[in-house]
Design a protein around this ligand. Structure first.
Ligand code: SAH
Length: 252
């Protein structure tokens, strides 16, 4: 079982969206577990405060190191093998590769910041790594934690319907996914690209590969540059066994 411990001042937000659909069914089935801990329960003053004014002045409030550390220690003692992540706009941007690595761990401990963030000392003192879900600022780490956990849970064994859907989708091979179509064949005057209804699997694979490359080149020059480096660099070849990759075949 993949065990998650969430530290938050809003434990009622959980499991929230993770209680429905794929993630919710997997949660009910015991594929993964979620424990949301109320940081406020570890406050020591009579107002149960978890935050205070920033040292050096300035706007907002900062979450106290002592209260956070008590909460962390209660759910994840020093010998807990799970990675510890602090959701933070200053963090390393989350990637699909990182998500896959987290799924291979026994679970995660996730600290959700609020206010202006957390006292710097608790980050190093409790060995948290800062992880960002994008270059924008949320009002709290909870929504970021939903994104992180959702991305992880769907990769857990048995959660996604078809094993294959994980291997082909965006980022799995360093490319964005090709465009998808379904019925009706003709919609508002637009037909599905003919190759997709041709029944020629090699042609379909080649078309999808070309489209994935085109979209990545157009939309994400950063991913495209990395992809070229990987595919053309020393020792960098296609990963085997992904079906649709480079097969000698008619190029259209
Ligand atoms: N003052 C901080 C922002 C605090 S936002 C700064 O300028 O960097 C409050 C909390 O929301 C953060 O502590 C973090 O836990 C969460 N958060 C905000 N944006 C985030 C992002 N892009 N990724 C992950 N967590 C984020």
């Amino acid at each position: 079982m993949w065990r998650t411990s969430i530290l938050t001042i809003f434990p009622d937000m959980f499991p929230g969206p993770l209680g429905l659909s794929l993630a919710g069914r997997a949660l009910a089935a015991g594929v993964w577990a979620l424990e949301a801990t109320d940081i406020r329960a570890y406050a020591t003053d009579k107002h149960r405060s978890v935050d205070d004014r920033p040292a050096g002045g300035g706007p907002g409030m900062v979450m106290r190191a002592d209260v956070l550390a008590s909460a962390v220690d209660a759910v994840a003692p020093a010998d807990d093998p799970r990675p510890r992540l602090l959701m933070s706009p200053r963090g390393v941007p989350l990637t699909q590769a990182r998500v896959a690595a987290l799924v291979a761990a026994p679970g995660v401990v996730v600290l959700c910041g609020r206010f202006e963030g957390v006292d710097e000392r608790v980050i190093a003192g409790r060995k948290f790594e800062e992880v960002s879900v994008g270059d924008f600022v949320l009002s709290g780490g909870e929504v970021a934690a939903f994104a992180l956990l959702d991305a992880c849970v769907r990769l857990l064994p048995g959660v996604m319907g078809k094993e294959a859907s994980g291997a082909e989708e965006s980022f799995a091979q360093g490319l964005l996914e090709y465009p998808q179509f379904t019925k009706p064949n003709l919609w508002e005057g637009h037909a599905i690209p003919e190759v997709l209804t041709s029944g020629d699997h090699a042609k379909v694979a080649a078309w999808r590969r070309d489209e994935a490359e085109r979209l990545t080149r157009e939309r994400r020059p950063d991913l495209w540059a990395r992809h070229l480096g990987r595919a053309g660099g020393p020792g960098g070849s296609e990963k085997p066994g992904k079906g649709s990759a480079k097969k000698p075949g008619p190029e259209g």
